[in-house]
Design a protein around this ligand. Sequence first.
Ligand SMILES: [Zn+2]
Ligand SMILES: [Zn+2]
Length: 114
Amino acid sequence: MNKVSDDGESDDGLVTCEGHGEQPPSFVCVHLAESQPDAQSIGFNWNCEGGDLLANCDACEKHADAEGFLSDAFFEENFAVICRSSFIEMAAANDVTLEAITNAEPTATHDPSL
Ligand SMILES: [Zn+2]
Ligand SMILES: [Zn+2]
């Protein structure tokens, strides 16, 4: 019987978070990533386009085009990967409910352990 080797690396695109373990990745602008949870809000503009959770601050939102999209170049320069649980905690600090997020996500990324 073939046993699939498991060297701890996941090839399903999960990120490993210090606080939350293996999680689906989500994306936030570096300003949000570096903001403190108890600091004054810098805006939390989020969506789940393409199945990935993504959020940016109000300043970054001004760089969006008429359809609300940020350019790839802007994205690459200004966004960081954080784990989904970290995203949800950040969202909660900005009055975005977990329910709103899970409703926006494709069901495949729902994490029953959350
Ligand atoms: Zn920003
Ligand atoms: Zn995390």
